[in-house]
Design a protein around this ligand. Structure first.
Ligand code: PXL
Length: 270
């Protein structure tokens, strides 16, 4: 079997499950060879009160220079939280220089939630990401990110009908399939998918508690399943089920993220 090699490009936050500390174990557990390009090194994610952050943009350039000499190529990319506009520029070069033929570029914009930008981001960062997503084959925004990227005002009570309009607007701005996450209706949560001019929806029971890092967990599992040949809807349903299993197994405070380790372990041992 020709194995796929993915490069995931995100920050490394030492505490609080998110970005690389989620993507690397999850992609590996699904059997995908996973390489990493860390964009920043943080003491912990920025939803905790205090954090330190070392921007790694300069190191990313050095890493990529060595990779060019080694002739490395990747079959897929999963880009998430980048941390700075400068890092986003480097990521664009990375896609250009290290893609195998037919490589899939999956981008989770990862700059906000609940109608707000994450600490440290501003409209300039959103503009840079709005440019970066033009390279994407698949875009995985949540509602907040989709609103910022498409210039639509965020409303927490957005109806699935209105969400469809946002998704179509985003599709016009990119060549990507759009997978809008965290759409709600009644007691359900799901994804709206727009691909090749067709809309589809995936729904599951909404669990009452919200956790940090669920978007990163969804993106990692979705990417693994998609690369293994699941269609967009199937990959969404299975990734959503993993997130739900993780949430059900979590009794920590929401800042520490989801107990995906238990969900992965159970998946393997059932
Ligand atoms: O889960 C998204 C994320 C990733 N990385 C860092 C973050 C956040 C969200 O706050 O702060 C450093």
């Amino acid at each position: 079997m020709m194995a796929k090699r993915i490069l995931t490009i995100q920050d490394l936050s030492c505490v609080g499950r998110c970005s690389l500390t989620v993507a690397l174990p999850v992609l590996s557990a699904y059997g995908i060879e996973t390489c990493v390009l860390p964009t920043a090194l943080l003491s912990n994610h920025t939803a905790f009160q205090k954090w330190s952050c070392l921007d790694l943009t300069d190191e990313m350039k050095k890493i990529m220079a060595a990779w060019r000499e080694n002739g490395f190529r990747f079959d897929a990319f999963l880009a998430g939280y980048l941390g700075s506009a400068a890092a986003a520029d480097v990521v664009k070069t990375c896609f250009r220089d290290f893609s195998n033929e037919g490589a899939k570029i999956i981008i989770d914009p990862a700059f906000g939630d609940n109608g707000k930008l994450y600490a440290g981001f501003d409209s300039g960062y959103v503009t840079v990401i709005a440019d970066l997503i033009k390279s994407a084959d698949i875009l995985l925004p949540n509602l907040t990110e989709a609103c910022y990227l498409s210039g639509v005002e965020y409303r927490p009570d957005v109806t699935p009908e209105f969400a469809k309009e946002i998704v179509k607007r985003l599709a016009e701005q990119t060549n990507a399939a759009i997978v809008l996450t965290g759409v709600e209706r009644g007691g359900e949560i799901g994804e709206l998918i727009y691909s090749d001019g067709a809309l589809s929806e995936v729904w599951a029971e909404k669990l009452p508690r919200r956790f940090h890092g669920t978007g990163d967990l969804f993106a990692a599992a979705f990417s693994a399943l998609y690369l293994q040949g699941s269609g967009l809807e199937k990959a969404c349903a299975a990734a959503g089920a993993l997130v739900a299993a993780g949430i059900s197994a979590t009794d920590d405070s929401c800042s520490y993220g989801v107990n995906f380790e238990h969900a992965l372990y159970k998946r393997k041992n059932e």
